[in-house]
Design a protein around this ligand. Sequence first.
Ligand code: ADP
Length: 617
Amino acid sequence: MPKNMKHAEDETPSMWYMTRRTLKYILKLAWKEKRIVYFYHLLRFIGEGLSEVKMLLLPKLLVDEIVAIIDGAGMEEHIGNAVLYIALTVAAEFLSGLIVTTSQKKLNYYGVYFNRIFTYGLSAKSMEMDFQHTEDPTVLNQQNKAKEGIGWYSGGVTGMLESMFSVIYHFLLMCTSITIFIFYCPLILPVQIMGMALVTYFNSRKQRINARAFLKIGKVNRLFSYFVYELCSYKYGKDIRLYNCVDMLTSRSMEFGDESMGIFRERAEGSLKYEYYSQTANAFRDAFSYSYMGYRALIGLLSLGDLTMCISAASRLFQSMLWLGTNAQGLVQSCSYAYHYIVYLEYSDALSKGDKTVSDGEHEIVFENVSFKYPRSEEYVLKDINFTIRSGEHLSIVGLNGAGKTTFIKLLCRLYDVTEGRILIDGTDIREYSNEEYRKLFAVVFQDFQLFAFSLKDNIAMGRADEPVDDKKVEEALKLSGLYDDAVALDEGLDTRLFKSFDEHGTELSGGQRQKAAISRALYRNAPIVILDEPTAALDPLAEYEIYKKFDVLVGGKTAIYISHRLSSCKFCDRIAVFADKTVRECGTHDELVNIKDGIYAEMFEAQAQYYVEAAG
Ligand code: ADP
């Protein structure tokens, strides 16, 4: 099991570890991508500090000057000072407002910027990770936790940096208020600290309840969004309507909705009592502090200016301690949410990766004692396969549904690794090749191939962003598959977008056109090994036969593998491999196989031929 998967599932690492890891990651990322965010955080820090000077110090100075004026001593000097302090107060208010607003606006912008980086990172990881992870519920749950954790749960980069700067800021403010009390009202300190300790404790209990709810909500939300968002997708439209399943889907989505509401309710009820406890502790603390300060002023130990400053410092001390605690806890909590993003990004590969390059020229494929069971499954799907596909050979793979034909192709394409045995290409174990190099060998059209909501041209030339689309090659591929005439007749020709996701004028191709588009994509790729895994299953046998036969001519001297459960589609192949009982049970030309007495192929061919005769009759 991958190291960080262990973190995600078996043992949750300590809060301290998650905070350290996440902060390091976020600080580095911010520095690398947009170090200016540090400047704006610092600027806001200064703006807020200015506001504290205005609230703490200037009122004391002003009150003392006014008291001196009332007392009638040195009027001119005191009036001058009072005017100066008023001017400073106004200037501090204006400047701090300006600085805080400007920096906040900039930080909001950078917040969006970093959210984009996270979203791209998450999508890229989801698309790049080994295929077998994409069916693993543990990975899917982790993906959801990452998505939510790095988003509004943690506040993203700006949210976390804000909490971090806030912790430093409130720490300094707390030190300032404590210094004031040491000199003016020392007894207040222990009471304030005790009150604060209680409030912090109650807050931490609340946050523990929130964190527990977050862990539970990840899975429920994933299922809930499947019903609420994914199923609204256009592609499910026909099935949902024709099978009249709106009620069933709605009631299923309600179940998950109820479950998530239950988690939120539990969270709200659990945290409410701690809210009440905090309020009570605050009321006692205030009652003592204000009575004590008033008493010291009455007995002449504090001037009116001092009293003003102490009252302000008391609320500052309380607020700074509260915010210090809240922000520190918030920071720890945000980091623990965002940590799931790092775990997801660092999810280990499911398959080992080699670095060998693939040579040009001929490619012989050898399956050597290959057995396979799917991850998290106990049952073998393929067992003891020993099979060689010669370079340039046109091979047909047939067998009943579930015989393991697609699995064989998935192993060959290295979407999964064999459980036992090995697959060799040109004498080298395929695990030793670099993934990128290895994938270049294949052009595959699976039964469930997908077209994307891009232009038709981009769909044919799917590939690297840094490689320009070769228009001539696209046209050639479309001509070969027979889609060219239909394609140029579209509103914007080959630039017409498919589907309506991005473009209301986007087009919907018919089933047959979609298959031709997928075949064009395989032809455009010009790989040495081409595979058709029943992309034509929806067609009638005759149409499938026509497409396979035509395709067979198109691929020419390349190695070609065709999968079909219709035997008529493969008569023209050099060899036919019959999959049954988890292995290759028969192999030979069509004529050889039909002549095996009681052979599987002969029996299947007879049954299917009879069906076609009956259907024709
Ligand atoms: P075929 O292509 O011959 O119809 P497949 O290779 O698709 O057969 O499937 C072979 C067996 O493997 C079937 O029993 C199928 O249920 C099982 N199977 C296919 N895909 C998966 C998967 N991703 N996880 C677990 N079992 C699978």
